[in-house]
Structure formats: C-alpha cells, structure tokens
Design a protein around this ligand. Structure first.
Ligand SMILES: Cc1cc2nc3c(=O)[nH]c(=O)nc-3n(C[C@H](O)[C@H](O)[C@H](O)COP(=O)(O)OP(=O)(O)OC[C@H]3O[C@@H](n4cnc5c(N)ncnc54)[C@H](O)[C@@H]3O)c2cc1C
Length: 384
C-alpha cells in the first residue's frame, strides 16, 4: 500500500512493528472463545485488543495527537485493521465503528469534548453507535422525524431510531435529529452526541436472521442533551451525515476486504478437492482484487487530505459484491455446512453466509449507492 517515498518509509516501519507485536502477543491477543463466538464475546475481545493496542501505541497511530493519537497518516490505521482482521483477532463489523464515528467527532465536536471522549473509544473503554435510521426513514434519511426541541437548558429529544448497531453496548450515540420543520428536509437536521445512559432512553435489541442481537430499536422519550453536545452547526446536521457516510465506505471497507481475502483462503483450505472449479474461484478472486484496487486508491486519497464524497459509493458496491461472492462460493463448496451448519466451524460458515446478505443493505443499500453513482458522479438525472 505504498505510493510516495515518505509513505514507503513510514508504512514499512509501522508494518514491521505491528507484525512483530502481533507475533509476540499472539496468545494475549487471541480470542478466549473458539470460532465466531457470541456477540458478547466479540465485543469483549474488541475491548481487550483495543486496550492492548492502545497501551502498545499501535492503535494510536494515524489519529491526531489532540484526541490521544500519535499522529501519522490514516494509512497506518488501514494497515492495523487489515492485520487484525486478517489474523482473525477482531471481527471487522464490530471493529468498524471506531473508523466510522471517531472522524466525525474529531471533525464536528467541540475540541474539548473530542479530546476527552475519543481516547475512550480508541482505548476500548467505550463503544459508540450511530442513530440515523428510523422506522420510516432508511434510504430517505432526509425525512427523519426524531425531534430535538430547544429549551433554556439544552435539547429535549423524542422519537425512535431502528437498526442501531451495537446500541445495547454503546455508551454514546451520534444521533440525527429534526430541529427544523419537516418540510425543510435536509436543512432542518441537527446532529447530537448523546450519552446512552441518559434518562428516557430505552434500547430493545432486534435479532438478525443469523441469530444475533446485532442491532436495536431505540426509543427517546424527552431525553435531555446539553447544547455542548451539538455536533457541527444547528440545522446543519446533514453535512455531518454526509461527512460521516464516506468514512463508513473507506478505511473500514479496506479492513473488510482484508477479512474477505482471509475467508477465501479458509474456504479453499476447507472445500473437498474438486468441489469448486478454477473458473468459479478465479471469478471471486477477480472481484476481490477489483475492490482492493479501488479501496487502495481511496485510502491514499484520504491520506492526502482529499475530501471523500459520493465516489466512495463505488467502493461500497464493490465490497458488498465481493462479500456476497465469497459466501456464495462458500455455499457452492461447503453446501452442507452453509445449509445445516449449527456448530463450530460449520456454524461460522452458515452464520457468515446469512450475514453477507445484509451487505447490500447496511451503510446505504446497493440501489441507493447506484443512484448516487448515476446522479452525482455520472450526472444522470436529478440529484435527489
Ligand atoms: C446489519 C445492519 C446494520 C445496520 N446498522 C445501522 C446503524 O448502526 N445505524 C443506522 O442508523 N442504521 C443502520 N442500519 C440501517 C440501514 O442503514 C438501512 O437498513 C438502509 O439504509 C436501508 O434503509 P431501510 O431499511 O429503511 O430500507 P428502505 O429505505 O425502506 O428500502 C427498501 C428497499 O427499497 C430500495 N429503495 C429505497 N429507496 C429507493 C430509491 N430511491 N431508488 C431505488 N431503490 C430504493 C432499497 O434499496 C431497498 O432495497 C443497518 C442495517 C443493517 C441491515
């Protein structure tokens, strides 16, 4: 992943250091549970790995010093996540929340707030969640209705969110609220950073079809939020959301890609000889490399300080296609395990196959990404 002379040096030494640390700490970093583990176990594992990585310094590289980081290029974060997910030390979904939410806090929270709270996220003391989707508002985010009303003492928030990943574990939430009129659509939205233990918040976990309480519906009943917790400007939360979403489609997708390469290796080691044709495997390898090439360019654009925008929808379409291609191949090569698997490694294949169906939904559905590509990159039709 090197493009310039400086990056070559910096990334090379970082890579060596991380790889050495991972080798040396292999036992300490290994999950305590066999196989996929429960979500509770995955969250505990994530907290452990972040704490050890923070203490050793590796987790702090690539983040600004004012939020507990050690500076350096975000490319370093791309490599760390690649190494952790490719070695099955952390699961890429739970690991992704840091990459999605910390940049938003750094960009939009008051500097003192970011300085006091981001280190807790990096160190694994806390998990955060993202409260965007509502029962009537997923793709059409601009029509959200969860309302924040201004009072003398701060905001009062009432409404409902849904599909909030890991909300039952989260200490805080980046929440999109309606502060203007409903008709004002994306102009009347304000982003808030709320404490999940505030009175008036009820979290009800929802189970996915792969049997995990991965996300929740979250009810906000007259929840008090101080004005200092406003992210960005009042009524300008749309720009916070537009800034956050490309992060959801950059570094964390690189990590996911590394994980998928690893899954393909596991799959090829597990399938009986002759169960898959070279052409079937070759096609999936090609899809994986198409994503990797695209995402690599995105990592370097981000490292160069270029703003990320609608073009990251291409990355999202490619990684979702790659994820489903890898697990479709697993279904072809390990049909019994994907159809019936209910324990050990079999359960993992079945569970991950089912979860891969969500890849074209979360983070904005594939249809919506294609609309963005058509309208905002190719200039085909209205930008709605
Ligand atoms: C595993 C998982 C985790 C998630 N985590 C979070 C989270 O942490 N926080 C959060 O806020 N949300 C989260 N979500 C919600 C996710 O962002 C939404 O599900 C997604 O944006 C789609 O919205 P929706 O479910 O309301 O579907 P809808 O918007 O109702 O869409 C239904 C179908 O219609 C299609 N469609 C809708 N509008 C158009 C259009 N204009 N053109 C063409 N097709 C269209 C969609 O592509 C989809 O196929 C998560 C979802 C999943 C599956």
């Amino acid at each position: 992943m090197a493009s310039s002379r400086d990056d070559v040096m910096e990334l090379d030494s970082f890579r060596k250091g991380v790889d050495h640390w991972l080798d040396e700490q292999e036992d300490a970093l290994a999950p305590d549970h066999p196989g996929l583990g429960t979500l509770d176990q995955q969250m505990a594992q994530l907290a452990k790995v972040k704490r050890l990585g923070y203490e050793a310094g590796w987790v702090r590289w690539g983040w600004p010093e004012r939020v507990g980081g050690l500076g350096g290029s975000p490319i370093l974060r791309a490599y760390l996540g690649e190494a952790l997910t490719a070695r099955d030390v952390v699961e890429p979904g739970v690991y992704s929340m840091t990459e999605v939410l910390a940049p938003t806090m750094i960009g939009f929270a008051r500097p003192e707030l970011a300085a006091s709270l981001v280190p807790r996220l990096l160190r694994g003391d806390e998990t955060w969640c993202q409260g965007f989707s509502e029962p009537g508002t997923g793709s059409n985010l601009a029509s959200l209705t969860c309302r924040a009303t201004r009072t003398d003492d701060g905001w009062r928030v009432s409404g409902q969110k849904v599909w909030t990943s890991y909300a039952q574990y989260a200490a805080r939430c980046v929440l999109l609220t309606r502060t203007g009129s409903q008709e004002s659509a994306h102009r009347g939205i304000t982003a808030l950073f709320i404490d999940m233990d505030s009175p008036g918040i009820t979290v009800r976990p929802l189970q996915t079809m792969h049997g995990v309480d991965e996300f929740s519906e979250v009810f906000y009943d007259d929840v008090a939020v101080p004005f200092e917790r406003t992210l960005g400007e009042v009524d300008k939360g749309w720009s916070v959301a537009m800034d956050l979403l490309p992060y959801e489609r950059s570094t964390s997708l690189w990590h996911k890609g590394a994980y998928l390469h690893r899954k393909l290796e596991h799959l090829l080691a597990a399938v009986p000889a002759g169960a898959l044709s070279p052409a079937e495997v070759g096609e999936v390898v090609q899809i994986l490399y198409a994503f990797r090439a695209r995402s690599r360019a995105t990592q370097y654009r981000m490292a160069a300080g270029d703003p990320l925008g609608p073009e990251t929808s291409v990355d999202k379409v490619l990684v979702a296609t790659a994820e489903q291609a890898v697990f479709d191949l697993a279904a072809a090569g390990l049909a019994g395990e994907v159809v019936l698997g209910d324990d050990g490694a079999s359960r993992r294949w079945r569970s991950e196959f089912l979860y891969s169906r969500a890849a074209t939904i979360y983070g904005g559905s594939a249809e919506i990404q294609r609309n963005i590509i058509a309208r905002r990159i190719l200039d085909l039709g209205d930008d709605r």
